[in-house]
Design a protein around this ligand. Sequence first.
Ligand code: GLY
Ligand code: MN
Length: 463
Amino acid sequence: MFSKETYIARRKKLAASVSGGILVFLGNNDSPANYPDNTYIFRQDSTFLYYFGLDLPHLAAVMDIDSGGEMIFGDDVDMDDIIWMGPQKSMAEQAAAVGVGKTYPFARLAAFVTDAAAKGRTVHYIPQYRADNMILFGEMLGISPRLVNDGASEEFIRAIVSQRLIKEPCEIAEIDRACDLGYAMHYTAMQLLKPGLLEQEVVGAMEGVVISGGYMTSFATILSQHGETLHNHVHDKVLTPGKLCVIDAGAEIASHYCSDFTRTLPVGGKFSQKQKEIYTIVSTANSFAAEMARPGITYREVHLAASRLMLQGLKNVGLVKGDIDEALALGVQGLFMPHGLGHNMGLDVHDMENLGENYVGYDPGQERSRQLGLGSLRMARRLVPGHVITDEPGIYFIPALIEQWKAEGKFADFINYQALEGYYDFGGIRLEDDILITPSGCRRLGSRRLPITVDEVEAAMAC
Ligand code: GLY
Ligand code: MN
């Protein structure tokens, strides 16, 4: 938790950017896995954490913009709780630690919100992603839980997004820590990725690093010798010499700030010549994007410039043909990289995605493309200092997609379908760093960059 002044200042800024009414924040509850007392690991809602800092289940908070009041709703523990959980601080003490003077039992929340709505006051809330909180809002507002998200407040969403997008120095220090833990996680994989082991054994060792040094992984680990499947969570294969293994994994530390790195490693420690050619195109695109990322440019422009560079590289190896600018405008690159260059990152690995991808990643007036690849770009905004984003270009050979485009004769003037047949068992390559936009450019987060060049990776894997 940060100092109480941090939370007070954040709420003051938020209050100044909303026109009136009440802001309602629901924290998360324990979520049962297979019976009520056997729960998934608790994860607090990130917006609740950002403004109120308390990392406990069954809390809510209200800011009354018209009166300036702030209150936390939550219950003090009883003797039964103390027997099972040990002594706990009172709600009043917990609230005081984040600068809030008024607390009420959780059961009072519903009456407070219902009364405000009945008086015609604006009840601002953000989209809900957990069923229990949708039901609670539905009850408080007298509407079906299914309709709750239709009433989410755009004014509130935009105010939160503009504040949380620009990371404070105390947040950047936490993200640097999360990246250092992510580094240790990936370095473990580099040393362990030996033929004969199961993919799952490497996943287990990597996740052990995070559990020992942090809170949990920032998302379900992706580790696969079928990297052409973008988010492959199946880890049941034996590591086979000569295969490429995509490892996309991140750490979430105790403060809940995240990291998200991807490296693609050759099982056995040595790239083949054919792998080196494609790998070098992607690693060059990764570095090129970091060189371009600076205040004033949009991340959409960086995505397109990195895509152009990769198309040129693919042309150099004979997989793409024709005019590169024309190919880029048509979206030929979507065949090879059907995802965006990156996303915002912070308290969530895809920061604030629960508030709506376009609110978070697009400036007002910026249109989202429908092209394959560019349409999946989660962060397109004009960059400003304090943005934390990922830089994750990739090249994938997805046989089903190639076959579909070939059958349709799609972009036949630009794609060498015959040469692509030699890549159907290649897999995919993605290389991801996390960057902070600074006043003069950007810097990679974490105190060390994971090995990325062919030589660096082979040397790290030989240790
Ligand atoms: N690293 C997973 C993702 O960005 O979706
Ligand atoms: Mn990512």
